[in-house]
Design a protein around this ligand. Sequence first.
Ligand code: GLV
Length: 309
Amino acid sequence: MILIHTPNPKEVDAYLALFRAARPQRRFIALDDQADLSQVSQLIAWGPPEGLLSRLPRLQAIFALGAGVDKLLSRPDLSPATPIYRLLDGGMAAQMTEYIRYGVLGYQRNMDVYRRQQAAGQWRMLAPRLPGEVSVGILGLGEIGSAVARALAHDGYLVSGWSRSPKRIHNVHSLHGESGLEKLLERNQVVACVLPSTPETRGLLNGERLSLMQPGSMLINAGRGDLLDQRALLALLDNGHIRCAQLDVFAEEPLPADHPFWRHPAVTMTPHIAAITLRERAVEQICAGLDRLERGLPADGLVRRDDGY
Ligand code: GLV
């Protein structure tokens, strides 16, 4: 039996319908089906409630309905032996590309400056810049980050990327390690972060590293909120060192109503929507994974617990 759970019951219903249509021979259930949880062998979930995992004694695998599994990995009721599979794309790479391309294009065309000028009633033309004059550094070159880097390089931007190990991507300068991170921050006008939250990345963008960014640069964070020292970013925005930020993720979500980001003229905020799981794509990957596991083959997206993704 395969249990499906997300915090939104309507979404659970939508997933149930899609999974049942895709694999009619399998038994998919929801928590409220009064099902015998002791028979659940697989869990497909986003944000399962506290204690649920310990009520599933026969659980063999968890399929996360997202790309980031930080919340799941921090659960005390998660057995170290249960494999977790995360979504490798789920339609997210294309959305993330749009989100970051929007920010980079806005920066290239000075839209943030024009917004401020508009608010101040100023009519002032700025010199145009071509994509080839704008450098962009992507933090994180996994499935999603590589797709973003490739697309921006194709647009004509000067693209670098940083990841744990060196990567080969056409027209993308690959950097890794601590010195690579510093170079990426120092050399790019836009820094866009799509890293997952892991023990190694939490707090990565601290005040010291953010200060390495070029004067007049832009920060985009669409990875996880806990990668970034929000207070340090605020100080660098306030003193004008960093020109603007586009933020999709926050240390606390929803961001508390009194947080200065809400009303900051240099901040564009979105409520964790940069890349949302597309249900049909998620169902496709997870069904393929279920089939492969049944045949004794490895499924895609196995999370390496030690690495945190
Ligand atoms: C969204 O943030 C995800 O991890 O899928």
